[in-house]
Design a protein around this ligand. Structure first.
Ligand SMILES: Cc1cc2nc3c(=O)[nH]c(=O)nc-3n(C[C@H](O)[C@H](O)[C@H](O)COP(=O)(O)OP(=O)(O)OC[C@H]3O[C@@H](n4cnc5c(N)ncnc54)[C@H](O)[C@@H]3O)c2cc1C
Ligand SMILES: *[C@@H]1O[C@H](CO)[C@@H](O)[C@H](O)[C@H]1NC(C)=O
Ligand SMILES: *[C@@H]1O[C@H](CO)[C@@H](O)[C@H](O)[C@H]1NC(C)=O
Length: 504
């Protein structure tokens, strides 16, 4: 084989691999058949812990349990493990770490500021939770690195006063790289038992003590497991007609970056768990409408960097807002116009020139490959687009102040737009991205009831819980909450099992 042919093959292979990774399809399906036994009974006679959900919160809890020698039964509703955690694309916060030396005080202040108005709602838990999140962020990053995850790159996301969001130096997005590493390490332990395609339907309890769960598997099997339970079942951003409609009727039926699936908080309120911030929902202004499946309830995120690097938003060929304003305000500007033919969707064009494309190539090549964006010319856009893009190019060149007060045009280089100028374009619409609310936990990940008492034998961590983010989650803080509160839940549950064993 000639050298160039060989190199072409290698780069095609690498490109394919990256695409496959990004498409989240490379986790092999867990084919372990559902078993009928009630907890593993190793020689020690130790009882097992039950973890519900195989996202980052669940895997963090499971890893911690296994490190204490506790057998884990993990139940996952989907056919493949990973949840939304697998899709995370920006990174995980931590301060200070060996990659970012700024102390954690600024992180605390940024989090309080972002939580905003919600901080006024009286609960003593918020500040405890935020303190734990921030104080434990260095050890969360260290722990992931000790497992072999590369987190050496640090970036600054919106709402942060300094860079503190960690990801790897390579092509693999942070969610996928964290999740595959943790799963691989867990699967090496004989104490870890994962069952996919099995949905927990009920939490078993006597009075105030949780004693196990009931579950139903896709193959029709119904069963129970007995033991203490950690809930790591994620948020309800994808529950468009259920919890979302209940707590935010104005957002009912919206598409989401999350898989469509019912929220699980009701399984816990049945036990008396208190809910907090359920109406606090994060919307992202730009999810791609896939031309091959425009009504799909799940959308790929059009990364913020596309706008940041110079991309422009057009409605009927016209600009309508500062593309770099906050997520909330850009979303409101889009929603102020009538919906498109598809209910709860708007048809906004995201347009990049060649300079912007060049600077975001790794993202855009993936979107082109997925058919979410296309390369075309301005003549192919709506009739008024040429005029709008000409004006934008003048603003970008500094000829006038931008009509929408945009200050940065980053990599936009097209100075003289013509009908035949090449652009990269995709249709976008606002999408439900993250739910701040959930069951109220304390700094030990214990689930609290309305009266502030904890429910025994039960912990919750990750997006299913609420209180940490208040009115607005900082980018990078949800992966962090999964690791911090997931590990704490694992520690607490292990201690609970140890004490129960001594009591026998
Ligand atoms: C596209 C995208 C990009 C993101 N990027 C970032 C980022 O860069 N940084 C960041 O910090 N955050 C990011 N987030 C948010 C973050 O990924 C999630 O908030 C976080 O992963 C939630 O983790 P989790 O473990 O709580 O839940 P999940 O990862 O969603 O896992 C929950 C699991 O529980 C299972 N489950 C639910 N109910 C049941 C049941 N009854 N029985 C059995 N199993 C059940 C679900 O199937 C799921 O697999 C992003 C989110 C999305 C969608
Ligand atoms: C974009 O990159 C290509 C390939 O490197 C180069 O030929 C082209 O001039 C670049 N265009 C702009 C506008 O930077
Ligand atoms: C941080 O997490 C570890 C591991 O779960 C726990 O042992 C420790 O108490 C936590 N520290 C703080 C300050 O919350």
């Amino acid at each position: 084989m000639s050298r160039s042919r060989f190199l072409t093959l290698i780069s095609l292979g690498a490109y394919g691999l990256v695409c496959v990774i990004l498409y989240n399809r490379y986790i092999r399906q867990d084919t372990t058949p559902p078993t009928t036994m009630q907890g593993i009974t190793p020689e020690s006679g130790q009882s097992s812990a039950i973890v519900v959900g195989s996202g980052l919160a669940g895997l963090s809890a499971a890893s911690q349990l296994v490190s204490h020698g506790i057998p884990v039964r993990l139940l996952e509703r989907a056919a493949k493990p990973g949840g939304n955690s697998m899709k995370a694309s920006s990174g995980i916060n931590g301060a200070p770490t060996k990659h970012q030396l700024v102390a954690d005080d600024a992180f605390y202040q940024d989090t309080i500021r972002s939580a905003g108005k919600a901080m006024d709602v009286k609960t003593t838990q918020r500040e405890n939770l935020i303190t734990t999140l921030v104080k434990n962020s260095s050890s969360a990053i260290e722990w992931l690195e000790s497992k072999g995850v590369d987190l050496s790159k640090v970036a600054q996301l919106g709402g942060h006063s300094t860079p503190r969001t960690h990801r790897g130096a390579g092509q693999t997005p942070p969610g996928a790289s964290i999740m595959t590493t943790l799963l691989k390490s867990l699967k090496e332990s004989p104490l870890f038992h994962l069952q996919t395609s099995c949905t927990v339907t009920k939490v078993l309890h006597t009075d105030n003590l949780v004693t196990g769960v009931q579950y139903t598997c896709d193959n029709g099997e119904q069963n129970e497991l007995h033991g203490p339970v950690i809930f790591a079942s994620g948020g309800f951003a994808g529950d468009a007609e259920g919890l979302l409609a209940k707590y935010r009727p104005d957002l009912a039926g919206y598409p989401s970056t999350n898989e469509p699936r019912p929220g699980t908080q009701p399984l816990l309120t049945e036990l008396g768990a208190q809910l907090i911030d359920m109406d606090q929902v994060q919307i992202h202004p730009t999810g791609f409408i896939d031309p091959a499946n425009p009504t799909s309830p799940v959308k790929f995120l059009a990364a913020e960097v596309l706008r940041g690097a110079g991309g422009v938003l057009l409605r009927d060929g016209k600009r309508f807002f500062n593309e770099l304003d906050t997520r909330e305000r850009v979303t409101d500007a889009i929603r102020s116009a009538p919906e498109s033919k598809i209910p709860h969707q708007w048809d906004i064009q995201l347009v990049l020139d060649e300079g912007t494309y060049n600077s975001t190539k790794s993202h855009v090549d993936f979107y082109l490959w997925k058919g979410l964006m296309k390369q075309t010319t301005i003549a192919d856009l709506a009739p008024k687009a040429l005029e709008s893009i000409q004006q934008y190019a003048e603003f970008a060149a500094g000829k006038h102040d931008d009509a929408f007060n945009r200050k940065s045009f980053a990599h936009w280089t097209l100075t003289d737009p013509k009908p035949e100028s090449v652009v990269y374009v995709g249709s976008v619409t606002p999408v439900i991205h993250f739910t701040m609310g959930g069951v109220l936990i304390n700094e030990k990940s214990e689930v609290l009831k309305e009266d502030g008492e904890k429910i025994e034998g039960l912990w919750a961590a990750g997006e299913v819980s609420g209180g940490v983010h208040g009115a607005n989650r900082l980018g990078g803080s949800s992966l962090l909450e999964c690791v911090v509160f997931g590990r704490i839940a694992g520690d607490q549950c292990a201690e609970f099992i140890r004490q129960a064993g001594e009591g026998k």
